[in-house]
Ligand binder design. Structure first.
Ligand SMILES: Cc1ncc(COP(=O)(O)O)c(C=O)c1O
Length: 451
């Protein structure tokens, strides 16, 4: 008998097929990525790392064929080693890194491993504050890291850019061990050179970028790469714009050596300090089926088509932002330079983000309510919503569809305004159902690549 879990997976397939995904941190993987993830590699334990000893260049056939000694704690690693080496070498190629650790189970694990690699308890980390657009893992008091390290927050200006003056002032005063540039709701391209100049004034300061959101744009060449601007480390998730499996990745510049011996605590040794921090520091056995899927996704991102995809993500986001402004929406930072849009729905239509999120959900449009940098509303009733274009661009949508999307968003905002409260939304279910039908009609014209 078919397990009921599979019925639910089938229902989720239908939800993804018939609706439009506007959550900026979500995407649709390819059939090949999905195949690698659902493979027998999930049966394998491979604590430790493969080695690159004796690899003379980064030629893929050499990497995929050579059987080398490794730093693993279990036998039977012949295939796993070669797959993980492919993932590492492709990641380094994509992001111009000297080293890649492909084992972090998620973006949160990747960040935590970097903090643990470089900091001692009580050390200071300067990062974008959560209300300004930073991520929970950048020092929110509810996290484990915030109990171990001392996080200091910097904010954004009224124009929505990083407040570099505040960042510099706090960096010089506090002498942090890490300056972190990273975010979940920020629409500009950071001035990495300016931050590198600030960090150079502080002894032993690690420059870290958490590019979880924009990694696919960096890989596609439409966004600056922090590793090209003096940053030592870049963390990312692999499942957002990068369009790989759910997981984390740490890229670094420096000297790569055996993870078996603890290296001196220097910035040059950061690749090896990170390897030791991921395993055995903060994780156990790697998920080799996910690492194989990461290798496949990195291979896809190295193809010329991915450059086109990255370009289209940004083009669509800019078009959608312009259309939303024309539809009387107020946008944080007046628009976007990446894939992300933050809409102030309270100022635009006098409604709250949560109610708007729910109404859009009824119509098959998925996004998330999000606090704004200046938000004084309760955390569960923020004034904004956050949306983005990676997933709809993977479906092949373009300018005409962005216009349609903006018109639906306007209609639904007006419904919310008229309803006044969430409890009144059921009265408008007929209108929302009509939009849902139109959404489905459009969605079916642009199939999800893996369904
Ligand atoms: C900037 C940033 N860092 C880290 C993470 C955490 O990633 P994960 O959910 O894979 O732990 C996210 C997730 O949204 C993120 O946006």
């Amino acid at each position: 008998m078919k397990d009921i879990v599979f019925n639910l997976i089938d229902q989720e397939k239908i939800r993804q097929r018939d609706g439009l995904e506007l959550i900026p941190s979500e995407n649709y993987v390819s059939k090949d990525v999905l195949k690698a993830m659902g493979s027998v590699l999930t049966n394998k334990y491979s604590e430790g790392y493969p080695s690159f000893e004796g690899i003379t260049d980064w030629d893929e056939s050499e990497i995929a064929q050579k059987i080398l000694p490794n730093y693993r704690y279990y036998g039977g690693q012949t295939n796993v080693d070669r797959i993980e080496r492919l993932a590492i070498s492709r990641a380094c190629k994509l992001f111009h890194a000297d080293h890649a650790n492909v084992q972090p189970h998620s973006g949160a694990n990747a960040n935590e491993a970097v903090y643990y690699a470089w900091c001692n308890p009580g050390d200071k980390i300067l990062a974008m504050s959560l209300p300004a657009g930073g991520h929970l893992t950048h020092g929110s008091p509810v996290t484990r890291s915030a109990k171990i390290y001392k996080f200091i927050g910097y904010g954004v200006t009224d124009e929505g850019d990083i407040d570099y003056e505040e960042l510099e002032k706090k960096a010089l005063e506090e002498q942090p061990k890490i300056i972190l540039i990273g975010y979940s709701a920020f629409m500009k391209i950071p001035d990495f050179d300016r931050v590198a100049r600030i960090a150079a004034k502080i002894p032993d300061c690690l420059l870290m970028a958490d590019m979880a959101h924009v990694a696919g744009l960096i890989a596609g060449g439409v966004h600056e790469n922090p590793l090209d601007h003096g940053f030592h480390v870049m963390t990312t998730t692999t499942h957002k714009t990068l369009r790989g499996p759910r997981g984390g990745l740490i890229l670094s510049k420096g000297k790569v050596s055996s993870p078996l011996k603890r290296p001196d605590h220097t910035l040059e040794n950061i690749p090896t300090l990170i390897d030791r921090s991921v395993f055995p520091g903060t994780q156990g056995g790697p998920l080799e089926h996910v690492i194989a899927a990461k290798a496949v996704a990195f291979g896809e991102a190295l193809q010329p088509e991915f450059k086109e995809y990255a370009k289209n993500i940004v083009k669509n986001a800019k078009t959608l932002a312009e259309e939303l402004i024309k539809s009387d929406f107020v946008l944080q930072g007046d628009g976007t330079e990446n894939h992300l849009i933050l809409v102030n729905v309270k100022e635009s239509y006098g409604i709250d983000g949560k109610m708007y999120e729910k109404a859009l959900d009824h119509a098959g449009l998925t996004l998330n309510a999000n606090a704004l940098p200046t938000d004084d509303s309760a955390a569960f009733r923020p004034s904004g919503v956050r949306l983005g274009t990676p997933a709809i661009t993977s479906r092949g949508m373009g300018e005409p569809e962005m216009k349609i999307l903006a018109s639906w968003m306007k209609k639904i905002a007006k419904i919310c305004k008229e309803a006044g409260t969430e409890d009144n939304l059921p009265k408008y279910s007929a209108e929302l159902e009509t939009i849902k039908k139109e959404v489905k009609e459009l969605a079916l014209k642009f199939p999800v690549p893996s369904i």
